[in-house]
Write a protein that binds this ligand. Sequence first.
Ligand SMILES: NC(=O)c1ccc[n+]([C@@H]2O[C@H](COP(=O)([O-])OP(=O)(O)OC[C@H]3O[C@@H](n4cnc5c(N)ncnc54)[C@H](O)[C@@H]3O)[C@@H](O)[C@H]2O)c1
Length: 305
Amino acid sequence: MKSFKNRTAVITGAASGFGLETCRIAAREGMNIVMADVQADALERAAAEIRGLAAEVLPFRLDVSQAHEVEALAEATVKRFGTPHFIFNNAGVGAGGLIWEHSAHDWAWVLGVNVMGVAHGVRVFTPLMLAAEKADPQYEGHIVNTASMAGLLNTPNMGAYNVSKHAVVSLSETLYQDLALVSERVGASVLCPYFVPTGIHQSDRNRPAETLAPGAKPTRSQRIAQAMTGKAVGSGKVSAGDVAAKVFDALRERRFYIYSHPTALAAVQTRMEDVLLSRNPTDPFAGKPEIGAELRAALRAGGQD
Ligand SMILES: NC(=O)c1ccc[n+]([C@@H]2O[C@H](COP(=O)([O-])OP(=O)(O)OC[C@H]3O[C@@H](n4cnc5c(N)ncnc54)[C@H](O)[C@@H]3O)[C@@H](O)[C@H]2O)c1
């Protein structure tokens, strides 16, 4: 996209982290902003802040995993601002632990938000954008989906999160290729951040009660995953604001892959070589054996679960 002024952004997960930082930049660029999030109080605070930057803001509370709620988001957006130009399918939740220890409810929650949330955003907004491209020679559109480095790697004890983010990478690459078949001015990107300080390790704050099995308690591996992710996210050196700036750079350059930590791609290369050489998956902790040792020891320790 070459210009942002007076154009419209729809941002999910807008009340915190990457979503909120992206709203801040969108406001400075003079965009109208639809801020969508499931957490009503945080959304209200965030919307007040962004309005304070002189942007036109439509706050919209929704659960992106619900098809009809994303459809309602699109209706409200078009009614208020017309067809949007930048869609950021970014809302997501984290959940780790040994892959066999997720309950059916855990799987439904993580895949519902992280995968179906993005699928609904793409399903609902892309046809509107393609119609606008046909009708208006000045129209430009771009969809950015938030995956993760977890969509390119399979670090152990990350559970359904890895699965969901691989799906988002696949969905986004497919979207890119499909758009190239039918469109010149609607593009797509995938955001693959590594550990960045945000609220992602506290995703349970927004978990709907109906997605929890009655009486369910986190298992040992899930508690360990929570603690390790919290530590890794909390000590991240790249900020959410830096990542949001990279999203806007990618929009300007029509660049597909957006990385927060390009150096982490060495591990992706190793994984790709494993695949191509038909080699068994490399130990992800080979470079930092103390972390692997700590994780193994914690998982194997006796005591109460
Ligand atoms: N922070 C990291 O280290 C990191 C790394 C890789 C990928 N990501 C991804 O970045 C995206 C944004 O997360 P973040 O790190 O800014 O975390 P965050 O928790 O700060 O922000 C996520 C936002 O999504 C909202 N949300 C959660 N469930 C929702 C739902 N069902 N419907 C609508 N909104 C919902 C939350 O209320 C929150 O405001 C996520 O997709 C996450 O998986 C984060």
